[in-house]
Ligand binder design. Sequence first.
Ligand SMILES: *[C@@H]1O[C@H](CO)[C@@H](O)[C@H](O)[C@H]1NC(C)=O
Ligand SMILES: *[C@@H]1O[C@H](CO)[C@@H](O)[C@H](O)[C@H]1NC(C)=O
Ligand SMILES: *[C@@H]1O[C@H](CO)[C@@H](O)[C@H](O)[C@H]1NC(C)=O
Ligand SMILES: *[C@@H]1O[C@H](CO)[C@@H](O)[C@H](O)[C@H]1NC(C)=O
Length: 278
Amino acid sequence: MAPGAAGAARLALLALLWTLLPGPGGAGTSIHPSEAIIPRGGSLRVNCSISCDQKAILSLEAESTKKVVDRRNNWKVFELSDVQEDHMLLCISMCHSEVTMASMDLTVYWFPEHVELAPLPLWQPVGEELNLSCLVSGGAPRAHLSVVLLRGEEELGRQPVGKGEPAEVMFTVQPRREDHGTNFSCRWELDLRSQGLELFQNTSAPRKLQTYGEALGSQQRRCTEGDFLLGMRGPWEAEAPGHGAAEKVATLIAKASGKSIFLATGVECSGLGACTEG
Ligand SMILES: *[C@@H]1O[C@H](CO)[C@@H](O)[C@H](O)[C@H]1NC(C)=O
Ligand SMILES: *[C@@H]1O[C@H](CO)[C@@H](O)[C@H](O)[C@H]1NC(C)=O
Ligand SMILES: *[C@@H]1O[C@H](CO)[C@@H](O)[C@H](O)[C@H]1NC(C)=O
Ligand SMILES: *[C@@H]1O[C@H](CO)[C@@H](O)[C@H](O)[C@H]1NC(C)=O
């Protein structure tokens, strides 16, 4: 049977009818299991039964492919296959002329296809807030899916993954000097332990953070290629043995960002264009 809007509407109508019908009384319909979680594309056997003193009519409403695999007078086992989405199953039976129903919730789980830490700024000043975004594509059920921000192996924060494809989860950190050269990454966790399954997880490729120093003052110099803040400590790697590397890094930043760049104390804007104090 084709899943889709028509099927969903029919189920909704049946569910409504169900609430209007007289209560289950003595001859009740049962569905077993009463809830289930299966991998997307997986299959499941469902047993619909009724307590009835004669042969009863039994049927199952489901938005996935189904077939009867076993039956007796008062029960039928259906096999659902290639289940793609969460849905409600409704078992409907008729004993004498009384119709009763029972429902079950079927949940589908699948792992995110991709997780990524959005690119970091080329250089990040220490002590200043930095927003890191984790992007998670796919994965369900979202209510059990969270994302963890990692600094190396250390867990810095954890948040639920909301809607969106990809879903974006933002963390704010304040990088420290010792974070220079550290790998940051995002890990998704699909925690299905409460459903009798496992904790599944996977981690994004790491991105390396490069930090630079505290402000020692904030005189600004305007050069033809951009604004330069002098009186800042340069990138850590550039501190020794000389400032040649810092100058190179500064040049690199100027070219990359095209706006504010930071030079190690004492490094001239040579090669970057004429500068004026500003
Ligand atoms: C289906 O359920 C009925 C009622 O509980 C039970 O008697 C029957 O054995 C079940 N069939 C299978 C194949 O499990
Ligand atoms: C980080 O994100 C928050 C919320 O969107 C925003 O208010 C703040 O300005 C951002 N900070 C930086 C450094 O981009
Ligand atoms: C950071 O990640 C890169 C790429 O996976 C790896 O080569 C490097 O060793 C990592 N650095 C640290 C400090 O873990
Ligand atoms: C985890 O990620 C790796 C690399 O992206 C991928 O090859 C692997 O299939 C993923 N595992 C799961 C369970 O998603």
